[in-house]
Design a protein around this ligand. Structure first.
Ligand code: KG4
Ligand code: ZN
Length: 349
């Protein structure tokens, strides 16, 4: 089965053509990120306007690259939420128009659970570095700009939400803290780049190292809270004083990344043990972070070596059409056009 996936939930306009949910025939991503950079965050109206410009060229290019005629595409898949309503509408209305003209069914896809489907493309146990099959029950950690969620996957389409953030998402914490530190948007990749220049062993006076809190790390629930971490960083910056700020920014970027990744890894492993899962899958923009990827691998191989760990290829971590087409293949439920509507605040279950 060949599926064309369309993703327009935020500032990326992305498409992909997949065969049987795992073979990527082509993919194309356009982004309006550069425009949002100057505002330090996404401007929804602007993002929607850019979606209109990109959507047709991006679909055309994916079809051209796949060397498949649109006649041979069996179905369309489109993100219907969560996301920015203006952006979601562009993808959905485009999918409906193509469906009407070319007589193709549409599978509406939840953007959040789709993030975990990047793991089905090239199923590799990240610790054993070998091909391996995802086994259920699985635990999913979704960490993006707007979400931090832990879900239990009993099988495809059967999910139980077990925890999530009570305030800011992990990606949002990266983005907001980067802004406080004076780094560019999006903050996650910036913090990662700057933190890479810091080496704890090079600090002469180790007691001068500034520690940030790890909110809710030992809490019994599987909930998260990142807004306090952001506030703690803000107060540290205020007390440090203007003249030292610059030299300490690299250290704070490093410590922030340490704090966020410690919390994510600790909670994920605890949930994996409690629910006795066979696999752990992660997804979402923040999982592109190398510190998080390495900590997950190391901790799991020490604490639960029998559990398989799946981390998507970096290009399938941030928003893309591949995860949408893959999710649609494994949860194939086309709906009539009249029932497919944007749902900006769509939840997992
Ligand atoms: O999944 P995504 O592309 O879009 C949403 O669905 O939100 O995630 C975007 C988020 C942003 O907050 C961005 O700062 C973060 O993912 N991100 C990263 C990295 N790359 C993207 N965070 C940490 N390290 C990265 N390398
Ligand atoms: Zn996303």
């Amino acid at each position: 089965m060949i599926i064309l996936g369309i993703e327009t939930s935020c500032d990326e306009t992305a498409t992909a053509i997949l065969e049987n949910g795992t073979k990527v025939l082509s993919f194309q991503v356009a982004s309006s990120e550069e425009i949002h950079k100057k505002y330090g965050g996404i401007v929804p109206e602007q993002a929607a306007r850019e979606q209109i410009k990109y959507i047709i060229p991006v679909i055309k290019e994916a079809i051209k690259k796949s060397k498949i005629s649109i006649k041979n595409i069996d179905a369309l898949a489109v993100t219907y939420g969560p996301g920015l309503v203006g952006s979601l509408i562009i993808g959905i209305e485009t999918a409906k128009t193509l469906s009407f003209i070319f007589k193709k069914p549409i599978v509406p896809v939840n953007h959040l659970t789709a993030h975990l489907y990047g793991n089905f493309i090239n199923q590799k146990d990240s610790n054993k570095k070998s091909q391996s099959k995802i086994q259920f029950p699985a635990l999913g950690l979704i960490v993006s700009g707007g979400h931090t969620e832990l879900i239990l996957m009993k099988k495809h389409g059967q999910y139980k939400w077990i925890g999530g953030t009570r305030d800011d998402a992990a990606g949002e914490c990266f983005d907001k803290c980067a802004r406080l530190l004076g780094f560019a948007y999006p903050g996650g990749p910036e913090i990662e780049k700057i933190a890479a220049n810091f080496n704890l062993d090079n600090i002469k006076n180790q007691s001068s190292y500034i520690k940030l809190p790890r909110p809710m790390i030992n809490d019994k629930s599987f909930d998260f809270s990142f807004s306090g971490l952001k506030t703690a960083l803000m107060y540290k910056l205020k007390t440090i004083g203007q003249k030292h700020k610059k030299s300490l920014k690299t250290q704070l970027a490093y410590e922030l990344q340490e704090a966020i990744t410690d919390i994510l890894v600790t909670k994920t492993l605890k949930a994996g043990q409690l629910f006795n899962v066979k696999s752990i899958l992660v997804g979402g923009g923040v999982t592109a972070n190398l510190c998080l990827r390495n900590k997950l691998k190391n901790s799991l191989s020490h604490l639960s070596p029998q559990v398989k760990l799946f981390i998507p290829d970096i290009k399938w971590c941030t928003d893309n059409g591949v995860t949408i087409a893959a999710a649609a293949y494994f949860n194939y439920k086309p709906l009539p056009l009249s029932q497919i509507k944007p749902n900006p605040s769509l939840e997992i279950c």
